[in-house]
Design a protein around this ligand. Structure first.
Ligand code: HEM
Length: 433
């Protein structure tokens, strides 16, 4: 199913121009897989910034594509709920996934069930508060040496002068390594975290997923492992890992098994695809923009702004969706109670009224953290500082070792309109310092 990406931007632009606005379906996966989404969002921002798609594989839904309107939805949690899910569900896939779960004796739950990201207040705040200290500045400081040491080990094991897949050997490895540190998960089994995340996020035929049954079984295995970790840590010594914190905090130690499992999935997925695709995106964009790569090499102080610019430019989660709890007016349109709304961060990050030269990748922008990629409001990414920390350390360690990482072929992009990233990226490291 995975085939090399074919960039057909001109064809896509012509097709969009010939399509009546009301027929535009920005969540169509093909456009993400083929990197032909930009000609869809540009006319929408200009002509129909709050756009309704009446009929699609996800059912009817709204697309909000401009910065200020995205902010208006994301910061209005009283009118826009997360409890019915934060990604548009492909209706046919949803039915197949539910049938597979029933066959395994599990009762599927629609929409929610992905931890506190799919909860509204007051439940959301309880879950968020329990994990927040793990990802707060003090704990991040204590994690830094181990992240640096493990990043160094991974980078030192890379082949020199030989082609390899950057996504597999670096982006996935480094992300799994940090996540294993956050969970205090056995380091030697860290790629299990990557595998579970890929099993959750992919459909059969994509990534490692072969069938809906296999997806269900993978979740069983994941929950079994984390159940054991919970039991071991529940009455263990106080510790700074995410599982001990949830198990020992009086506000969360009585949470239902379903809620715990949802939180585990949230943390595995939240910290996985996102950071992984920023690592891949940075190498890809620095290669496409050699002047920016040269600037970075000449001035390592630009690492942190480069990380932020990549997070904006890549937008690892293309959107988050909400369900309207009442009728809401937005940009002259009426979003009706019960309607689904996708906030397209990936489009807001290219909104020319907010970002100067938004389609250019510029690593020394004046305000590099001005982007929508972490969301806003009560669900703003709780791991944003951890993500920036690990990405900065990784690049510090890369620059110490490798003057250049060369992209030597076309990437394969993800089969998803939610996770915006790379399935594979062929590179060569010509030599090391
Ligand atoms: C570049 C990396 C990352 C990006 C782009 C990203 C993006 C996001 C976005 C868009 C949201 C939802 C915001 C909203 O609805 O307003 C979110 C929430 C969340 N993220 Fe991240 N994330 C990243 C890294 C991480 C990491 C490393 C972790 C784990 C340590 C993490 C854990 C979470 C959690 C737990 C939530 C739910 C917060 C809540 O509902 O209160 N993320 N993230």
């Amino acid at each position: 199913m995975n085939k090399p990406v074919k960039i057909q931007a001109a064809d896509a632009a012509a097709e969009v121009a010939a399509t009546p606005l009301e027929k535009l379906n920005p969540a169509k996966v093909d456009s993400f897989y083929n990197d032909t989404i930009w000609p869809v969002f540009e006319p929408l921002r200009r002509e129909d910034p709050v756009h309704y798609t009446p009929d699609s594989e996800y059912g009817p839904y709204w697309s909000v594509t401009k910065w200020n309107d995205i902010m208006a939805v994301d910061t209005n949690h009283e009118a826009f709920s997360s409890a019915d899910g934060i990604a548009l569900a492909n209706l046919a896939d949803q039915e197949k996934a539910e049938a597979a779960l029933r066959a395994l004796g599990q009762e599927p739950r629609r929409g929610g069930g992905a931890g506190f990201i799919t909860m509204d207040e007051p439940e959301h705040a309880v879950g968020r508060k329990a994990v927040s200290p793990t990802v707060a500045p003090a704990n991040i400081q204590t994690m830094m040496p181990v992240v640096r040491e493990r990043a160094g080990q991974i980078l030192d094991s890379l082949p020199i002068g030989k082609e390899f897949d950057w996504v597999d050997l670096v982006s996935k490895e480094l992300t799994a390594m940090t996540l294993a540190s956050l969970f205090d998960f056995p380091f030697e089994n860290r790629r299990k975290l990557t595998w579970w995340s890929d099993m959750v996020m992919n459909q059969p035929g994509h990534g490692p997923v072969e069938s809906w049954e296999q997806k269900g079984m993978a979740m069983f295995e994941c929950f079994g492992t984390f159940e054991q970790m919970w039991n071991e840590r529940l009455n263990g010594p106080p510790a700074n890992d995410l599982i001990s914190m949830m198990a020992q905090n009086p506000a969360t130690r009585t949470m239902s098994r379903e809620t715990y499992h949802g939180n585990v999935i949230l943390l595995i997925v939240g910290g996985n695809d996102t950071t992984r695709n920023t690592i891949s995106g940075s190498v890809f964009q620095l290669n496409k923009n050699p002047d920016q790569y040269a600037k970075l090499r000449a001035n390592p102080d630009l690492i942190l702004p480069m990380v932020s610019e990549t997070i904006r430019y890549q937008t690892p989660l293309a959107y988050m969706s909400r369900t309207a709890l009442r009728d809401v007016e937005l940009a002259g349109k009426t979003i009706k109670k019960g309607d689904k709304v996708a906030m397209w961060y990936i489009s807001g990050n290219r909104d020319e009224t907010m970002i100067e030269r938004p389609n250019a990748y510029i690593i020394d922008r004046e305000r590099p953290r001005q982007h929508l990629s972490f969301g806003f409001g009560i669900h703003r990414c709780v791991g944003n500082r951890v993500a920036e920390m690990q990405l900065t350390i990784i690049w510090e360690e890369i620059l110490k070792r490798f003057p250049e990482i060369k992209v030597v072929g076309a990437p394969v992009l993800n089969w998803s309109s939610f996770v915006h990233g790379f399935e594979s990226l062929p590179v060569v490291i010509p030599y090391r310092n």
